[in-house]
Design a protein around this ligand. Structure first.
Ligand code: ITT
Length: 197
């Protein structure tokens, strides 16, 4: 089966490819359809944005589409940046600026608890969508560590580990991350469709 991944984020794509490797699906992405405009992510929830991205690409192409909406929730910031994680420090989108802003907002704060959340939506060609979710609890450091991964990875240490996501090998991050967990739930929920490894 052909499955379009409704993202233009190359880091996400890489992780999704690695996690779904071995499944009987032919993965393509929104990058293969430059003529389809970017979806405006104006939903209040990860669910709403994931569904919007999956349904838009599925309807525009007549294919099944899978979308990832994800972000970081920081306890002491009332769960910000949340759905605004990608543009936390405004435009142009910059992971470095987002991380600097997060460190500024948390300066002097002792409660550093945070979690990554990911909602995956799967849409059929007619735009009927369902979702699964994954989360990963952890805490935010006071300085960046590591060069792998993307986004907030250099500041996030998952619960039970010493290394940040940006210091871990990709397989280790994918085994415990919000995205890895959401995709594990996806493979369970949509077993028939995604096919076994
Ligand atoms: P698409 O909408 O095209 O998929 P995007 O980057 O805009 O790409 P989101 O709207 O879902 O995706 O925003 C997710 C943001 O949350 C992302 O840009 C990072 O800042 C952060 N994020 C999500 N997952 C992450 C991860 O595994 N590691 C670090 N940061 C992550």
């Amino acid at each position: 089966m052909k499955l379009l991944v409704a993202t233009r984020n190359k880091h996400k794509l890489e992780e999704i490819h690695a996690i779904l490797a071995g499944l009987d699906v032919e993965l393509h992405s929104a990058l293969d359809f430059p003529e389809i405009p970017d979806v405006v992510e104006d939903g209040d929830t990860f669910e709403a944005n994931a569904i919007k991205k999956a349904v838009t690409l599925a309807r525009a192409t007549g294919c099944w589409a899978l979308a990832d909406d994800s972000g970081l929730e920081v306890e002491a910031l009332g769960n910000a940046p949340g759905v605004y994680s990608a543009r936390y420090a405004g435009e142009p989108v910059s992971y470095a600026a987002n991380n600097e802003k997060l460190l500024r907002e948390l300066a002097g704060q002792t409660d550093r608890r945070a979690r990554f959340r990911c909602v995956m939506a799967l849409s059929d060609p007619a735009g009927r969508a369902e979702t699964v979710a994954g989360r990963c609890e952890g805490h935010i450091l006071e300085a960046l560590r590591g060069a792998a991964g993307f986004g907030y990875d250099p500041l996030f240490v998952p619960e039970g580990f010493e290394q940040t996501f940006a210091e871990m090998p990709a397989e280790e991050k994918n085994a415990i991350s919000h995205r890895g967990r959401a995709l594990a739930a996806a493979q369970e929920k949509w077993k028939q469709l995604l096919g076994g490894a």
